[in-house]
Design a protein around this ligand. Structure first.
Ligand code: PGA
Length: 236
Protein backbone atom coordinates (compact mmCIF):
# COMPACT_ATOMS: atom_id res chain seq x y z
CA UNK A 1 0.00 0.00 0.00
CA UNK A 2 1.31 3.42 -0.96
CA UNK A 3 0.21 6.34 1.24
CA UNK A 4 0.54 9.92 0.03
CA UNK A 5 -0.36 12.59 2.57
CA UNK A 6 -0.86 15.99 0.98
CA UNK A 7 -0.97 19.51 2.36
CA UNK A 8 -4.16 20.53 0.64
CA UNK A 9 -7.30 19.18 -0.96
CA UNK A 10 -6.14 20.75 -4.24
CA UNK A 11 -2.93 18.72 -4.16
CA UNK A 12 -4.85 15.55 -3.27
CA UNK A 13 -7.16 16.14 -6.24
CA UNK A 14 -4.30 16.85 -8.65
CA UNK A 15 -2.37 13.70 -7.71
CA UNK A 16 -5.55 11.62 -7.92
CA UNK A 17 -6.15 13.02 -11.43
CA UNK A 18 -2.53 12.17 -12.36
CA UNK A 19 -3.17 8.52 -11.46
CA UNK A 20 -6.60 8.21 -13.08
CA UNK A 21 -5.39 10.21 -16.10
CA UNK A 22 -2.37 7.90 -16.49
CA UNK A 23 -4.76 4.95 -16.58
CA UNK A 24 -6.82 6.58 -19.35
CA UNK A 25 -3.68 7.38 -21.38
CA UNK A 26 -2.18 3.89 -20.97
CA UNK A 27 -5.44 2.10 -21.79
CA UNK A 28 -7.88 4.37 -23.64
CA UNK A 29 -10.73 1.84 -23.27
CA UNK A 30 -10.09 1.25 -19.57
CA UNK A 31 -12.82 0.59 -17.05
CA UNK A 32 -12.89 3.28 -14.37
CA UNK A 33 -14.59 2.46 -11.08
CA UNK A 34 -16.03 5.75 -9.87
CA UNK A 35 -17.34 7.09 -6.57
CA UNK A 36 -19.65 9.87 -5.46
CA UNK A 37 -19.42 12.03 -2.33
CA UNK A 38 -17.67 15.33 -1.76
CA UNK A 39 -14.12 13.92 -1.79
CA UNK A 40 -13.74 13.03 -5.51
CA UNK A 41 -15.22 16.30 -6.80
CA UNK A 42 -11.77 17.91 -7.09
CA UNK A 43 -10.49 14.85 -8.95
CA UNK A 44 -13.40 15.13 -11.40
CA UNK A 45 -12.79 18.88 -11.86
CA UNK A 46 -9.17 18.11 -12.79
CA UNK A 47 -10.22 15.37 -15.23
CA UNK A 48 -12.67 17.78 -16.89
CA UNK A 49 -9.94 20.43 -17.26
CA UNK A 50 -7.55 17.88 -18.76
CA UNK A 51 -10.20 16.68 -21.20
CA UNK A 52 -11.00 20.26 -22.25
CA UNK A 53 -7.31 21.06 -22.85
CA UNK A 54 -6.90 17.90 -24.95
CA UNK A 55 -4.67 15.98 -22.52
CA UNK A 56 -7.26 13.27 -21.84
CA UNK A 57 -9.65 11.52 -24.19
CA UNK A 58 -12.60 9.68 -22.63
CA UNK A 59 -14.22 8.60 -25.90
CA UNK A 60 -13.44 4.91 -25.37
CA UNK A 61 -13.52 4.86 -21.56
CA UNK A 62 -16.08 2.72 -19.75
CA UNK A 63 -17.15 3.42 -16.17
CA UNK A 64 -18.92 1.64 -13.35
CA UNK A 65 -20.09 3.40 -10.22
CA UNK A 66 -20.07 1.96 -6.76
CA UNK A 67 -23.57 2.58 -5.58
CA UNK A 68 -26.96 4.26 -5.78
CA UNK A 69 -29.74 5.12 -3.35
CA UNK A 70 -32.87 3.00 -3.50
CA UNK A 71 -35.97 4.75 -4.73
CA UNK A 72 -34.34 7.68 -6.57
CA UNK A 73 -34.32 7.79 -10.35
CA UNK A 74 -31.49 9.35 -12.37
CA UNK A 75 -33.32 12.65 -12.80
CA UNK A 76 -33.53 13.17 -9.02
CA UNK A 77 -30.81 15.65 -8.11
CA UNK A 78 -29.82 13.54 -5.08
CA UNK A 79 -29.30 10.37 -7.11
CA UNK A 80 -25.78 9.25 -7.78
CA UNK A 81 -26.51 9.01 -11.52
CA UNK A 82 -27.37 12.72 -11.43
CA UNK A 83 -24.22 13.43 -9.41
CA UNK A 84 -22.00 11.66 -11.94
CA UNK A 85 -23.68 13.36 -14.92
CA UNK A 86 -23.34 16.82 -13.42
CA UNK A 87 -19.89 16.44 -11.83
CA UNK A 88 -18.16 14.54 -14.64
CA UNK A 89 -19.96 12.85 -17.52
CA UNK A 90 -21.70 15.96 -18.96
CA UNK A 91 -18.35 17.75 -19.18
CA UNK A 92 -16.06 15.16 -20.80
CA UNK A 93 -16.27 13.29 -24.09
CA UNK A 94 -17.36 9.99 -22.52
CA UNK A 95 -20.18 8.09 -24.24
CA UNK A 96 -22.99 7.99 -21.66
CA UNK A 97 -23.89 4.53 -22.95
CA UNK A 98 -20.57 3.39 -21.53
CA UNK A 99 -21.30 4.73 -18.05
CA UNK A 100 -22.96 2.44 -15.54
CA UNK A 101 -24.58 3.14 -12.18
CA UNK A 102 -26.54 0.40 -10.40
CA UNK A 103 -30.30 0.98 -10.40
CA UNK A 104 -31.90 1.61 -7.04
CA UNK A 105 -35.30 1.44 -8.71
CA UNK A 106 -35.09 -2.20 -9.79
CA UNK A 107 -38.06 -4.24 -8.53
CA UNK A 108 -35.71 -7.13 -7.80
CA UNK A 109 -32.55 -5.65 -6.30
CA UNK A 110 -30.91 -9.06 -5.86
CA UNK A 111 -31.26 -9.68 -9.62
CA UNK A 112 -30.02 -6.15 -10.35
CA UNK A 113 -26.95 -6.90 -8.22
CA UNK A 114 -26.23 -10.14 -10.08
CA UNK A 115 -26.61 -8.38 -13.45
CA UNK A 116 -24.35 -5.55 -12.33
CA UNK A 117 -21.56 -7.94 -11.29
CA UNK A 118 -21.97 -9.88 -14.56
CA UNK A 119 -21.75 -6.60 -16.49
CA UNK A 120 -18.48 -5.70 -14.72
CA UNK A 121 -17.06 -9.12 -15.63
CA UNK A 122 -18.15 -8.66 -19.26
CA UNK A 123 -16.37 -5.30 -19.37
CA UNK A 124 -13.21 -7.17 -18.36
CA UNK A 125 -13.10 -6.00 -14.74
CA UNK A 126 -12.22 -2.66 -13.22
CA UNK A 127 -8.79 -1.18 -14.02
CA UNK A 128 -8.79 1.42 -11.27
CA UNK A 129 -11.41 1.87 -8.56
CA UNK A 130 -11.74 5.27 -6.88
CA UNK A 131 -13.02 5.09 -3.30
CA UNK A 132 -13.97 7.58 -0.61
CA UNK A 133 -14.42 6.44 2.97
CA UNK A 134 -17.32 7.04 5.35
CA UNK A 135 -16.82 8.07 8.95
CA UNK A 136 -17.89 4.55 9.92
CA UNK A 137 -15.31 2.98 7.56
CA UNK A 138 -17.71 2.18 4.75
CA UNK A 139 -16.55 1.97 1.15
CA UNK A 140 -19.28 2.21 -1.43
CA UNK A 141 -22.21 1.61 0.90
CA UNK A 142 -20.65 -1.45 2.50
CA UNK A 143 -21.53 -0.58 6.08
CA UNK A 144 -19.99 -2.08 9.25
CA UNK A 145 -21.35 -5.59 9.68
CA UNK A 146 -20.41 -8.94 11.18
CA UNK A 147 -19.32 -10.27 7.78
CA UNK A 148 -18.02 -8.97 4.46
CA UNK A 149 -20.56 -9.18 1.60
CA UNK A 150 -19.06 -10.05 -1.79
CA UNK A 151 -21.64 -9.36 -4.50
CA UNK A 152 -23.49 -6.18 -5.39
CA UNK A 153 -26.36 -6.07 -2.90
CA UNK A 154 -28.98 -3.98 -1.14
CA UNK A 155 -28.00 -2.41 2.19
CA UNK A 156 -29.75 -0.64 5.01
CA UNK A 157 -27.80 2.55 5.62
CA UNK A 158 -26.12 3.08 8.97
CA UNK A 159 -27.62 5.91 11.08
CA UNK A 160 -24.21 7.70 10.95
CA UNK A 161 -24.28 7.55 7.13
CA UNK A 162 -27.83 8.90 7.00
CA UNK A 163 -26.78 11.73 9.31
CA UNK A 164 -23.59 12.48 7.31
CA UNK A 165 -25.51 12.55 4.02
CA UNK A 166 -28.43 14.61 5.33
CA UNK A 167 -26.49 17.76 4.41
CA UNK A 168 -27.34 17.12 0.75
CA UNK A 169 -31.10 16.75 1.38
CA UNK A 170 -33.81 19.20 2.46
CA UNK A 171 -34.18 17.25 5.72
CA UNK A 172 -32.81 14.08 7.28
CA UNK A 173 -36.20 12.43 6.71
CA UNK A 174 -35.62 12.73 2.96
CA UNK A 175 -32.43 10.63 3.03
CA UNK A 176 -33.19 7.18 1.59
CA UNK A 177 -32.83 4.42 4.19
CA UNK A 178 -31.37 1.88 1.78
CA UNK A 179 -29.08 1.66 -1.20
CA UNK A 180 -27.59 -0.79 -3.68
CA UNK A 181 -23.84 -1.09 -3.56
CA UNK A 182 -21.05 -2.93 -5.25
CA UNK A 183 -19.91 -5.52 -2.71
CA UNK A 184 -16.44 -6.15 -1.39
CA UNK A 185 -15.68 -8.74 -4.10
CA UNK A 186 -16.08 -6.38 -7.07
CA UNK A 187 -14.11 -3.71 -5.25
CA UNK A 188 -11.30 -6.06 -4.23
CA UNK A 189 -11.12 -7.51 -7.76
CA UNK A 190 -10.25 -4.10 -9.22
CA UNK A 191 -6.67 -4.19 -10.52
CA UNK A 192 -5.81 -0.94 -8.75
CA UNK A 193 -7.52 0.95 -5.97
CA UNK A 194 -7.28 4.66 -5.23
CA UNK A 195 -8.59 5.55 -1.77
CA UNK A 196 -9.16 9.26 -1.14
CA UNK A 197 -9.76 10.83 2.27
CA UNK A 198 -10.01 14.53 3.01
CA UNK A 199 -10.62 16.35 6.29
CA UNK A 200 -9.49 16.18 9.91
CA UNK A 201 -12.59 14.14 10.78
CA UNK A 202 -11.40 11.27 8.55
CA UNK A 203 -8.06 10.72 10.36
CA UNK A 204 -9.37 8.42 13.10
CA UNK A 205 -11.24 6.04 10.78
CA UNK A 206 -8.36 6.08 8.28
CA UNK A 207 -5.92 5.01 11.01
CA UNK A 208 -8.27 2.15 11.90
CA UNK A 209 -8.75 1.17 8.25
CA UNK A 210 -5.10 1.25 7.25
CA UNK A 211 -3.36 0.10 10.44
CA UNK A 212 -6.00 -1.62 12.59
CA UNK A 213 -7.29 -5.18 12.50
CA UNK A 214 -8.95 -6.37 9.30
CA UNK A 215 -12.59 -6.61 10.29
CA UNK A 216 -16.02 -6.20 8.65
CA UNK A 217 -16.73 -3.69 11.41
CA UNK A 218 -14.36 -1.42 9.43
CA UNK A 219 -15.09 -2.46 5.83
CA UNK A 220 -12.19 -0.39 4.38
CA UNK A 221 -9.73 -2.44 6.47
CA UNK A 222 -10.02 -5.24 3.89
CA UNK A 223 -8.05 -3.02 1.50
CA UNK A 224 -4.95 -3.93 3.54
CA UNK A 225 -4.78 -7.24 1.66
CA UNK A 226 -5.29 -5.76 -1.83
CA UNK A 227 -2.02 -5.87 -3.81
CA UNK A 228 -2.22 -2.41 -5.41
CA UNK A 229 -3.73 0.33 -3.26
CA UNK A 230 -2.75 4.00 -3.36
CA UNK A 231 -4.10 6.17 -0.58
CA UNK A 232 -4.14 9.94 -0.99
CA UNK A 233 -5.15 11.76 2.15
CA UNK A 234 -5.23 15.27 3.54
CA UNK A 235 -6.19 15.72 7.19
CA UNK A 236 -6.12 19.53 7.24
P1 PGA B 1 -17.54 12.10 1.41
O1 PGA B 1 -18.22 10.66 1.52
O2 PGA B 1 -16.58 12.02 0.26
O3 PGA B 1 -18.67 13.03 1.14
O4 PGA B 1 -16.84 12.36 2.71
C1 PGA B 1 -17.41 9.54 1.50
C2 PGA B 1 -18.24 8.31 1.70
O5 PGA B 1 -19.23 8.35 2.47
O6 PGA B 1 -17.92 7.27 1.10
Amino acid sequence: MKIIETNSYEELSRIAADLVGAQVILKPDCVLGLATGSTPIGLYDNLIARCKDGTLDFSAVRSVNLDEYCGLDGSNDQSYRYFMDTHLFNHVNIDKENTHVPSGLAADLAAEGEQYDAMIRELGGIDIQVLGIGLDGHIGFNEPDDHFTGPTHEVELDPSTIEANARFFASIDDVPRSAITMGMASIMQARKILLLASGANKKEIMDKALFGPITPQVPASLLQIHPDVTVICCYK
